[in-house]
Design a protein. Sequence first.
Length: 820
Amino acid sequence: MRILKFGGTSLANAERFLHVANIIENKIKYEQIGIVLSAPATVTNCLIKIIEKTIKQENIESYVHETKHIFLKILKEINLLQNKFPYKKLKIIIDEEFIKLKKIFYGIHLLSQCPDNIYANIICRGEILSVIIMKGILESRNYKITIIDPVKNLLGIGNYMESEIDIIESSKRINAMNIPNDHIILMSGFIAGNKKGELVVLGRNGSDYSASILSSCLNANYCEIWTDVDGIYTCDPKKVPDAKLLTSLTYQEAIELSYFGAKVLHPRTISPIAKLKIPCLIKNTSKPSAMGTLICAENKEKKENIKGITYLNNISMFHIVGPGMENASEITARIFSVISYNKIWVMLTTQSSAENSINFCIPQKNIMRVESILKNEFHLELKNGLLNSFNIIKNLSIVSIISSDIQNKPHISAYFLSALANAKINIVAIAQGSSKNSISVVISNSHLTNAIKTTHQVLFNKNQIIEIFLIGIGGIGNTLLQQIYHQKNWLKEKKIDLKICGIANSKKLLINMQGIPLENWKKYFENTKNSFTVKKIINIIKEYPLINPVLIDCTADEHLSYQYTNFLSNGFHVVTSNKKANTTDLSYYKKIRNIAVKFKKKFLYDTNVGAGLPVIDNLQNLLNSGDTLIHFRGILSGSLSFIFGQLEEGIPLSQATQNAKEIGFTEPDPRDDLSGIDVARKLLILAREVGYEIELKDIKIENLLPDTFQDIPNVKNFMEKLKELDPLFSVRVRQEKNKGKVLRFVGIIDPIGQCQVKIEAVDKEDPLYTIKNGENALAFYSKYYQPIPLVLRGYGAGNNVTAAGVFSDILRTLPCKSGV
Ligand code: ADP
Ligand code: ASP
Ligand code: MG
């Protein structure tokens, strides 16, 4: 005997009913089959909605029509596809059923309330009709059917809405039916009958429980739960898309997962089959060949694995405190006995001996009942001030991690709690211990999605995560995106999950939290209508659970550089090729660093000096290891390196500048290079890096150009005028050449920290002598590196090397992470 239960989505339309019938036909070849059916998808919710609206005296006509239409459509379409289907007979049944329902709704309308027995009777109509339709299909395929009436045969204990089943009595009744073994057994899920023979239901999702009860009563070999996902996942796959499928679970683990909210199984499902060691398979109706998840006594997966993250939402927490709590054990016993007597589920409790208080969580819908029960029970204590009035915190959720023997795996709790802290989620209460297999926290409902996504990411995703928000898509930004795209296989190999979540320029912002496809990001960017603001990017971190968000600034925008502290304090790392932040006033320079330390975020700007050359990183490493800078000399501008190289070959200054401009080595206006200000900025960054507290104005700059050249209105005229300086430079170059020297545009930090930018004549012995063609060279004379300096040399300009430098800064944001 094998019991198969099909859930609502498996029966959502005619095609699926017929598909389920095919699965049944396949199974019947091997053994006797019992089928438990839910209502077609949405039907239970529709019926509940109609009741609620009727109570509120709202018009329900269209809702009733809509619900009836679901069934009529199913019947009509099955009739087109299934020979001999008893369409007319079933249509009459459905018509009559809805006439009866309308009468009941009218009664509810008159009373403005719906007693629980009537409520239960209405909300299970879908299950009853599913069985009638499936019987029609299977009989038209010539199978013999026995229907088990759950009201007569499953004895429900408890209230009308959430009964438990007496398995011993139900077994007797079902076995007394002596069902012939060539019959297919059909039973509506979700339903039972109480001692008085009245219909009761088993709580939402109760059909799973019906299936396990039937498996137990008939001592089945297998219980199969057919649903809309491939099995049980490490987290609800609809909430966490990269949740992982579990191939097997022990009964205890499955109980724990379902108890703490994995809605794929009703919490009571597992106990009845666990007692008889009946294996349970969770299968996907749309993919019958997929393996599914096996729940059995022995778990084939590694015991130490975390099984899952579950959640229960819409919870409220009672906080009970007062002088009378000194006798806490007595009060606690009374609280729980009175609540349990009223059959209300207490999901989690915590107790504090220091404050003499107790907290417990219940489903929010039961607040009023619990409050009145407790007020009644403790009216004397409340009146005499032994208990304070109850503090009730609403709109909470419980998030739980399930893993065998979790008590002995403290690292799991550590990862769990730090994941929540990282996501800035406040924990209202924590409970570990009542069960050896779970740890639960209570948080606000509004943080739920964020909490489970973040936790899942930390506990299950062994990849390192980087979420990039790039501002600036000129030469560097654009090249960076190309480089990331080309490195996608390498990143995958290194298990780095690098997603571009946002791309912006000064006008527009493209966001895609799944990752913007880099093969055609330009097309998406062109089509976006979303305007760019810093606030929009910062708000994302509040909406989405980001693990390692990195803001990248590839602009030259001063305003944006003043937002770095804002980004850092909101949880972003900042990587920038923009020199502005590091060259404005010292107070902001220090503030960025303080905020980065305070919020444990990285501020990386290695491309600010020497583009792709690893200057800042090496310098910091040197200083960290106790070295100190004595003095520094360097060629810090690719364009001036090129221009001075050309001068040395006898090319006039104006022509050399023109050549540099043509190959893209200069700024659009070459005066920005020739004025020496760009070199001064880089020198300032280096000087501050080694500890000199100076401002840009403290750097002495030798401008290559006379002041009057700055007033020339356009670049063309300037280039013309530049020719006037050619003779001067030619003479100077020639004079030095005669002395065996060449001219270089050099940045200097002297031993007392004075900085200057100037033209220097250097001889063959000088490490800067051979630096030309756009190369940079940085000579650090330090305590460890003297008399021969540490020289970093290489191309110091260009989109490729700068973007590569930004790329390596991005990778430096990764924390070192070990597996859980
Ligand atoms: P059915 O109608 O078949 O009973 P349910 O909607 O009741 O289906 O249960 C299946 C749903 O349970 C899935 O679609 C999924 O969204 C949800 N779910 C929650 N937690 C888990 C989990 N850990 N693994 C699989 N599914 C889960
Ligand atoms: N149809 C009921 C519900 O939606 C029972 C079930 O599907 O298991 O809760
Ligand atoms: Mg269900």
